[in-house]
Design a protein around this ligand. Structure first.
Ligand code: ADP
Ligand code: MG
Length: 623
């Protein structure tokens, strides 16, 4: 039996965070969908016209509103979800203020058609600018449809604040996707101007994530952390990332929240795995006792207050870190030949035969998309192989179909995922070197199949991890980090302004094994370097470190950047010949390197061609 809708007593109404609930169409869409979820709907269909300004329709198959209570539903502070002030402390429903329908009704032309399962037929209530115009019988299966037309028609000031139709529409679709992600078991559809922009089937989080994140969802890894502060969800593989933070959805007790600290907690787990300036995406869900969360602090419930935020922060960070440790390897996804027009078409005219490097059947799931320059933030470090264009990086491995599907871009109906076999870096041990190709790639055999290794990226990550680990150990044990004393001190001349910047980092650099000091105007003396960098020209290394030191970094970011830069210089170059022993040593170290599947800039270090992929490529039945 669902609770009747009641007017809240004034003292409860007053205790509720006041504010404007509906400031844009997306907010109305969110409130209406939340009502449907609170009503136990299993399907919610949203239809938008002109970004929601002309029309919003939200239809559900939930519990419905009894005919006699329709007018109460649109009354202010009328809710079926809360009775006393004490209930506020343990809110489990999404709504509780009894304000949304009233606020929407006040600024639109609103029709609610609803039927409870016990009723013979449906009832419709029509209001305009908050005035009830009509209450009559109607036809509808059990559930509720709310139709909102001409939103803000009577509040021109509000209308003037809205952005373009496009961005209002995008915000509304995002509101629906957020709710789909927080309620994956509920089926959602969203049309915008008759275009189906989201269809989430209602199932597992993976299914919903596939609908929301499109093809990228194939790259999501599961997060799990049990306990008093439970953490779950799906986060992006280090190899796929985005330019903004908007793809990371933080959920607390099934409510999407905007909590900067928790976004930072997730990003921290990716430290050293992503290029600078790139961000992970996915859904991270925190489940705690409702008494630990105060949802009543923000009018649109965008923000919540967490008791013991510090503990929640570490729980999230730990769970994401653990998930990333287990992240899958880069696996070349190979389509069977002749699978369809798009493949043949994309191959381009004149292409004959199966040339592996160029062929679209040799299709990698996620091409490396970002120039390494952007990744390191290094400006033209001489001698380092930072000058390759992104085109070189992706040669032969780019998805022939080209464009990456962004969020909402996934065309509905088409399976968004191409299944990547579930390999982990540790599964590849023992990694046995077979050869080095003339281009310099390493070819190795592993229990999971043939493995191709980028020796530079792999070595870079090994050195990077070792540098940081040694620095941490030295700090813990209160000793200086191991370094290689130079036979002859190297004196480097640098611009006076740059010396300032460098001297701020002397301590950080000492933690990595460098010994540097100012040595008169415009000069820096280097007495020792990290053991890994022993064979490099110290003067050049110091100058490059200087180039890689933009101001404004926090200490941790600066330390990682300096470690990445040192590792990049010290690592073998692609193309450099390695003898069998060196190859073996590199591969052995790689498989035990934490986060070793990507280099410090987020590029993959290995690509696996497993039996399944090869069978597909050769057109053999998979076993
Ligand atoms: P709140 O959700 O905070 O209670 P609303 O103004 O959003 O306030 O809704 C008022 C009441 O109308 C709800 O408490 C609920 O009983 C009823 N209601 C609104 N939408 C629906 C729906 N889609 N299905 C069933 N009941 C609904
Ligand atoms: Mg509500």
């Amino acid at each position: 039996m669902i609770a009747p809708i009641r007017l809240l007593p004034p003292q409860v109404a007053d205790a509720i965070a006041a504010g404007e609930v509906v400031e844009r169409p997306a907010a109305a869409v969110k409130e209406l969908c939340e009502n449907s979820l609170d009503a136990g709907a299993t399907r919610i269909d949203v239809d938008l016209e002109a970004g929601g300004l002309v029309r919003i329709v939200v239809a559900d198959d939930g519990s419905g509103i009894p005919a006699g209570q329709l007018d109460l539903a649109v009354a202010r502070h009328a809710t079926s979800k809360l009775e006393t002030v004490d209930d506020l402390a343990r809110v489990r429903s999404l709504g509780f203020r009894g304000e949304a329908l009233a606020s929407i009704a006040a600024v639109s032309d609103l029709r609610i058609t609803s039927r409870t399962p016990g009723e013979e037929g449906a009832w419709l209530l029509h209001c305009r600018a908050g005035e009830a115009l009509e209450h009559r019988a109607a036809a509808r299966a059990p559930g509720t449809t709310v139709e909102v037309c001409d939103l803000f028609h009577n509040t021109p000031a509000r209308l003037a604040f809205l952005r373009s139709e496009r961005s209002e529409s995008a915000a509304a679709v995002r509101a629906v996707s957020d709710l789909a992600l927080t309620h994956p078991e509920v089926g959602f559809s969203c049309r915008s101007d008759d275009r189906l922009v989201l269809r989430s089937p209602g199932g597992t989080l993976i299914d919903t994530a596939a609908a929301v994140f499109g093809r990228d969802a194939g790259e999501l890894i599961a997060v799990e952390g049990a306990g008093e502060i439970a953490v779950s969800g799906l986060i992006s593989e280090p190899r796929s990332h985005r330019g903004t933070r908007t793809g990371l959805v933080i959920v607390i007790n099934r409510r999407r929240v905007h909590n900067r600290a928790l976004v930072v907690a997730v990003e921290d787990a990716y430290a050293g795995l992503l290029p600078v300036g790139r961000h992970p995406f996915g859904v991270v869900e925190v489940t705690v006792d409702p008494s630990m969360v105060d949802v009543n602090v923000h009018p649109t419930k965008r923000e919540v207050r967490l008791r013991e935020e510090g503990r929640v922060f570490s729980a999230v960070q730990r769970a994401c870190w653990a998930a990333l440790q287990e992240a899958r390897l880069s696996v070349a996804g190979i389509r069977p030949p002749h699978t369809g027009g798009d493949v043949a078409g994309a191959a381009g005219a004149g292409q004959r035969g199966l040339e592996l490097r160029e062929s679209p059947v040799f299709r990698m799931l996620e091409p490396w998309r970002h120039p390494i320059r952007e990744a390191t933030g290094v400006r033209g470090a001489p001698g380092a192989d930072l000058g390759r264009s992104p085109g070189d990086e992706r040669a032969g491995l780019v998805d022939a179909a080209g464009a990456q599907a962004g969020p909402m871009d996934a065309s509905p109906g088409e399976p968004a995922l191409q299944q990547a076999p579930d390999h982990r870096l540790s599964d590849l041990a023992p990694l046995r070197p077979l050869a080095q190709t003339s281009d310099g790639w390493l070819v190795a055999d592993s229990p999971r199949g043939l493995v191709l290794v980028d020796p530079h990226a792999a070595h870079e990550k090994i050195l990077y991890s070792e540098l940081l680990a040694e620095g941490d150990a030295a700090l813990r044990e209160g000793r200086p980090a191991t370094s290689q004393l130079l036979l002859v001190d190297s004196v480097v001349s640098v611009e006076p302004a740059a010396i300032e910047r460098l001297s701020e980092s002397f301590e950080t650099l000492a933690g990595l094994g460098f010994q540097l000091e100012s040595f008169g105007p415009g000069l820096v003396r280097c007495g020792a370097v990290p053991a890994a960098a022993a064979s490099l020209d110290p003067a050049r290394l110091v100058r490059d470190l200087l180039d890689g030191l933009p101001g404004g970094d926090d200490a941790t970011a600066r330390r990682r950047r300096l470690a990445a830069l040192t590792a990049c210089h010290a690592a073998v170059r692609l193309g450099e010949r390695l003898d069998a022993r060196e190859q073996l040593r590199l591969l052995e170290r790689l498989v035990v390197t934490p986060g070793g599947l990507t280099c410090p800039h987020g590029r993959p270090t290995v690509v696996v061609l497993d039996d399944r992929s090869l069978r597909r490529a050769f057109g053999r039945p998979t076993v």
